[in-house]
Structure formats: structure tokens, C-alpha cells
Design a protein around this ligand. Structure first.
Ligand code: MLT
Length: 275
């Protein structure tokens, strides 16, 4: 697995890459970075060129510091999507299997809105199609206030009980500690930009019927942020979708149950997932 860089509109953009073959682009969740896809980068079968980009404002800068955040007021899931389509163009990738987990799913929808022809298949993990509710937006405003007052460590503290399922929190304290450290080391400006982007994202429900490529919906059965009911709704709205429910996983199902997640993804990639 290697970290690579491109320059996009004069700004550095980083991504992790592993393997060669058909392209698979994986978009990370909030408030994490490309690193969260490590179990997939190292664990998926040969024949795939896996690319995990850092969404603008997340991950490292070329000098080892934190990535620069979007200019305040300019961030949106659409702008993130444009960046990732720009990355694909720079890498000469016209079509790929494109997947996202949670915020990564919101960004995948935005990519589909802009460039449906770039999708060979789509993977939607622990995510939802609808926009935020009024209550959801109010909670995001509270999160911004907390972030401004106490910094990314407070966001880590507030979010980890919801990001990880109860089984993981009980059985894998080392993963809880690792994620806490990763979130706490993130850029406050990047985190705030992502919160505002998620708050402003449109409802993707009307998009679902136009997604005709094969789709895989994955969800942890202990996911409290985008519960199984959301995954079932997504699955029902897509014309050609498989649904995989991973036992003992919360919202970060790819990290909590990497072997099961990779097996589900590998079945889908091989075109053999039971419908
Ligand atoms: C994520 O995991 O990306 C976020 O929890 C998504 C959200 O807050 O809607």
C-alpha cells in the first residue's frame, strides 16, 4: 500500500493505492481519512487497483502536517465529488467501481449525479439516501459549536460511541483508542467543512431509480447512525442491489468486521453476490 499525491487545481491531493487491475475507488467516512480503508487495501483479492483518496481537509499534507481545509463557505458534497472525479481524470480512470461508507456514500451519490457514466458498480456502506432532518441539522450545529470550543478530540469523544458498535467497544478497546487518536489529530477546519457539507447535502432518494449499475448495500447490524432500516430502504430503492448485513458490526463496519466486509465486497466484485 502506497501513499501517492496529485496536484488538482494547484492543490495537493493524497490517496492510498494498492494492487493493479480494475479500478475500485473507496471514499471514507466522517471524520476519518483514507487510512480507514487499510483492511480493504491489504485484504481484497488480486486483480483490483484500489484507490482510497483523502477527502479535501482530511489526511496529511505533503509536509507531514494536516491537509489544508476547503476555503470556508465553499465546501459541499458536490465539491468533494468534483475533486474525486478530478482525481479519476488525472489518473486516467474513466470508469470504476465506486464505493463509500457513510459520508463517503453521500459523496458517491454526488459523484453519480455529476458523472453516472463513471460507475461500473456502486458500493454503499453504512449510509443513507435522504438529506438531514431538521433535528439532524440542529445536532450538526451543536457539533460545530463543540468543535470550535474544544477541538477535534471532543468530536472524537462525542462520536466514537456512535461510530463503533457495542460489540467492538466491548471487545476491541485498542481500535477505540486508535480511532480516538486519529480523529483527535485531524484538522478542525477540515472537520467543520465536512459537517457543513453533510448538513447541506441534497436528498438522494430521487436518484436511486436512475442507478442502474449493480449495487452492494452493506450495513453493520449494530449501526446506530445509519441503522439496518436505512440500508433496507436503500436496497429497496435500487434496481439491481444486493444487501449484506454484518453481525457484530456498528457504523464503521469495514473496520469492525474486516474479514466479513471483505468477503461481501469480494463476492460483489466477482459478480457472484446472491441477490
Ligand atoms: C460518517 O460516518 O461519515 C458520518 O457519521 C455521517 C453522518 O454524520 O451523517
Amino acid at each position: 500500500m502506497e501513499r501517492r499525491w496529485i496536484e488538482l487545481d494547484g492543490k495537493p491531493m493524497s490517496y492510498l493505492e494498492q494492487g493493479s487491475g480494475s479500478p475500485l475507488l473507496l471514499v471514507h467516512a466522517f471524520p476519518l481519512s483514507a487510512e480507514m480503508w487499510t483492511p480493504q487495501l491489504v485484504g481484497l483479492p488480486a486483480g483490483w487497483r484500489i484507490i482510497a483518496p483523502d477527502v479535501t481537509g482530511f489526511g496529511p499534507a505533503p509536509d507531514g502536517g494536516r491537509a489544508a481545509a476547503p476555503v470556508p463557505g465553499t465546501s459541499s458534497v458536490d465539491a468533494y465529488a468534483a475533486d474525486l472525479l478530478g482525481l479519476m481524470a488525472v489518473l486516467g480512470i474513466r470508469r470504476a467501481v465506486i464505493g463509500g461508507l457513510s459520508m463517503g456514500g453521500y459523496i458517491a451519490f454526488a459523484m453519480f449525479r455529476r458523472a453516472p457514466g463513471c460507475f461500473d458498480r456502486i458500493v454503499l456502506a453504512d449510509t443513507r439516501a435522504p438529506a438531514d432532518t431538521e433535528e439532524g441539522r440542529a445536532k450538526r450545529v451543536e457539533m460545530v459549536e463543540l468543535l470550535r470550543r474544544e477541538g477535534p478530540a471532543a468530536v472524537a469523544h462525542a462520536m466514537l460511541p456512535k461510530l463503533l458498535g457495542e460489540t467492538t467497544r466491548r471487545e476491541r478497546p485498542e481500535l477505540v483508542a486508535e480511532l480516538w487518536a486519529r480523529i483527535a489529530a485531524g484538522s478542525a477546519a477540515g472537520i467543520e467543512a465536512a459537517i457543513r457539507s453533510m448538513m447541506g447535502r441534497p436528498d438522494s432518494t430521487p436518484l436511486l431509480s436512475s442507478i442502474r449499475c449493480p449495487a452492494l448495500v452493506i450495513v453493520g447490524d449494530e449501526d446506530v447512525l445509519t441503522p439496518v432500516a436505512e440500508a433496507r430502504a436503500l436496497h429497496a430503492g435500487l434496481s439491481d442491489a444486493a444487501l449484506e448485513i454484518l453481525p457484530g458490526a456498528g457504523h464503521l463496519s469495514n473496520l469492525e468486521r474486516p474479514a466479513e466486509f471483505n468477503a461481501a465486497l469480494a463476492r460483489f466484485l466477482a459478480g457472484a453476490t446472491a441477490r
